[in-house]
Design a binder for this molecule. Structure first.
Ligand code: ZN
Length: 102
């Protein structure tokens, strides 16, 4: 099977897809702030999510085994928790504030 000589040939050109990997920044700010979201291409006010980080869990379990019960108080404090700054529109993690260092 062959095509006729005057058969129109379609040339399809693919445009390369630009893949950008976003790496969240380290910050010390624990309150919402203005940040540029690369996914939304807009400047937004970040939404904060406080959570207990991995290092605090390790410190607390170590403290419990060493009978340092008052260390459990820090699990309840927002000031000792890690803070994630997310975009309120798309949910992209823009920055992290880690309190215990890991
Ligand atoms: Zn966004």
């Amino acid at each position: 099977m062959s095509y006729p000589k005057n058969y129109p040939i379609q040339v399809i050109t693919a445009t390369p897809i630009k893949v950008v990997k976003h790496i969240p920044k380290e910050t010390t700010v624990t309150t919402p702030y203005l940040e540029f979201c690369p996914r939304c291409q807009a400047t937004i006010m970040t939404s904060c999510f406080h959570h207990t980080g991995t290092c605090w869990w390790i410190i607390c379990f170590t403290g419990v085994f060493l009978f340092c019960w008052p260390i459990l108080f820090f699990l309840c404090c927002d000031s000792s928790k890690d803070v994630d700054h997310n975009c309120p529109n798309c949910g992209l993690l823009l920055a992290e504030s880690k309190k215990a260092g890991c």
